[in-house]
Write a new protein. Sequence first.
Length: 559
Amino acid sequence: MTLGLRISSIGFSGGSDAIAIGDSELIALIGPNNAGKSAALREIQAQLQGGPPGPVVTGLVPQRDGSADELVTWLENASAASPHPDPSVQDVRMGPGGQIMLAQARMLWSNSQPLGPLTSFLVFHADADSRLQLAQSVPSVDAIEGQAIEPLQRLQLDHEAEERLSASVERAFGTPVCVNRTGGAQLHLHLGRPTEEPRLTNAAYLDELRSLPQVASQGDGMRSFIGLLLALRATDYPLVLIDEPEAFLHPPQAKEMGRQLGLPSRQQRFVATHDSQVLLGLVNSAASITIIRLRREGEANVPTVLNSAQVRELWEDPFLRYSNLLDGLFHRGVLICEADGDATLYTATLDHGLRSSDQASSDLLITQCGGKHKLPAAIGALAPMGVPTAAIADIDVLREERLLRRIVEALGGSWTSNLSRDLRIVAAAVESLPGGAPLVADVRKEIEDCLGDDDTQRLAEEQTRRVREIVKSTDGWRRVRSGGVAAMPNGEARQAADKLLSSLATVGLFVVPVGALEGWAPSVGGHGSAFVSAALEARAHETNGALTDFVLRVAQSIS
């Protein structure tokens, strides 16, 4: 049996039950700032060592695989012999985190006690600061009699590990790395690889090696990336705790780091991240992954869990997989709009509204989903992860009862008879309004919504019928879209509309009361992105009190 140490279940302060991790090789801890991700890693290590439950992790169940003899064999390969001041004390091993006697290690392992000093040999905790030091030059070791302690020393004695590390770095940065074994007392890691035959008597090889830059002199991003992968490729820690692997990295390297961390391994890895690119990389490559999203409620850290099957199902939709909806997992809440222009104007309005009222900056993601018909899928992608979500839709969302019902149910609401009745009253009143020639801007917007974003799809029969309807004379829905609730007939219809919009807001769907985005500043003119640019230039997001009140009310509902 291969020696192993893993966490089989873990409990959080805001969870009613412990979370069974099962056979997951990879556990991703995600969530907004101050949710407890980094603290969870520290507390896992402390509790394995013998510390008490913490404010975030209230308990865990470690699983040990292998006998005490196998542990001793593993320690002899993974650490160095260390002399002791007392000559009668034998078999002391030294690792990067300290010393332990093999007899003590046997006892700790066999009696299922807390790991104590054995923890530093079996658990690797890689935070942002420690990773920067791993690629620094270290003392060289005797290739025949020496014993390696540091990861780079182990790489010196393991050519296969060097090749694996080099391939990983080349994939991320376009250049390999190599160990300089000619440096005498010091061992260096270089960017690049000599083309000459590696012999100490080959002057051309030595000159070429001398010209290669050292990894230790590179920027923080490259040193952090290489330092972490160096430790993973050159060591055999059974349990690895990795905090913010995206630190110092640009998005492409962050995604590649996630992909590398998700590759099959004998280790169990806990990865705490607040970067959607890392998460995408993990999901793309991990064979077995559990995602735990933490959120803070008062002093409690509340977990929401997705297992491997749920993760795969969630990311089958390419639009959701490659949109910035995933960024919402790292915010306290998400507001989904129909189009990019809506998200831009509402974001600017929220920022100004919070500043002018001397409130803290928002940790709310305002994004778009590519049209009202995609709102249910976008909301449904975030709901399983416990992300508070709301949506803003133009008033013509009331035109389709089936779509409206799907949105309400995706937000966790129920489609009631009262909603249905009010909607029928509104629809009947709107459809009774007199028609007229349509505006070009309205026609263009509705056709764009109908056709969607994928230009490679063939036109569906339903889309053909809808386009024909759009180019007909203006109906009541176009009038309401241009004039909002105020364009509806007074009396029963107006009362039903007010009730309907209030009920929908209660579940998280906020219908634009002025009809559509352009209704917030009708004097500006234009449509879509042209309108948004003109509205921002005219400072509509700063001067329109009704717009500010609407956006602040939506943001408050999410919090």
